[in-house]
Ligand binder design. Sequence first.
Ligand SMILES: C[S@@+](CC[C@H](N)C(=O)[O-])C[C@H]1O[C@@H](n2cnc3c(N)ncnc32)[C@H](O)[C@@H]1O
Length: 287
Amino acid sequence: MAVSSMERCVDMNSKVDIETREVNLLVEAIKVFSGYDLSGYAKSSLKRRVKAYIDSVGLKSISELIPLLAHNENYRQKLINDLTVNVSDLFRHPHSYLKMNELVFPYLSSFPRINIWVAGCASGEEVYSIAIILKEFGLLNRAKIYATDINTETLEQAKSGVLRKNLQREDAMRYQMSGGADSLSRYFSTGYGKQKLSQSLLDHIHFTSHNLVQDSVFCSCELVLCRNVMIYFDFDLQNRVLDLLFDSVVNNGYLVIGAKESLDTSRIFRSLKVIDDESRIYQRKAT
Ligand SMILES: C[S@@+](CC[C@H](N)C(=O)[O-])C[C@H]1O[C@@H](n2cnc3c(N)ncnc32)[C@H](O)[C@@H]1O
């Protein structure tokens, strides 16, 4: 019997609806069994990632993940690790490093100690870039850099200092465009075919787990960077996380978010001065 296009359409719609409900159930199950609250993550991108994930592991439906979560303790953190997007690069968005060199670091030079927090550090490329650029500015010895994430696997990778991908020509180019004054490879040693950030730089970075959704204010910092993390959150969660980031910045300290992120409509906007709009660099007004 021929299936009409109307029937096909109804069938597709109900499938889509079932998948949305399954994702909602999965979010509940993750909260119950793993303690992670993903309810504020943007639904459409979360659904895309869940679907790509079940395809990659050969499951037929999203619901099949729920018994795995319930009965396999090891699976609970693994699923969070597999569902988070951990793309990162050395000197991603070079313009922002140039602007920090020009507009942020000169002000930070007036402090005897500088606390910096890189929230959502993934596998470390961003925080390594910050350490390198601070070293060249002569500020690294005064800096204590904290790098946090919820993904335990990438956090371990970041902590090791070993690059996920050995240095490419594009990394060197972005480093130069960021105002890099030396040769990028100078900051890495090579062993067993892998490149590792120099220990003297790594020693300034403290890696730890921190959940921007559920944990409290992390530090009292002169500079907080949280880039390309909030794009995965819905509007309400973005606002809550922005409040937390703001509360972690000292008066006259700086907040940097991702180039594709915005805080213009957030509660904290009026308490910030725009330092560089393109690079989303803000300074907390003194109260
Ligand atoms: C796309 S990466 C961004 C990496 C880096 N900031 C950059 O711009 O290159 C996003 C990171 O945010 C982390 N993340 C997602 N939700 C988080 C949360 N609730 N708390 C802390 N980190 C989170 C992910 O695990 C991932 O490593």
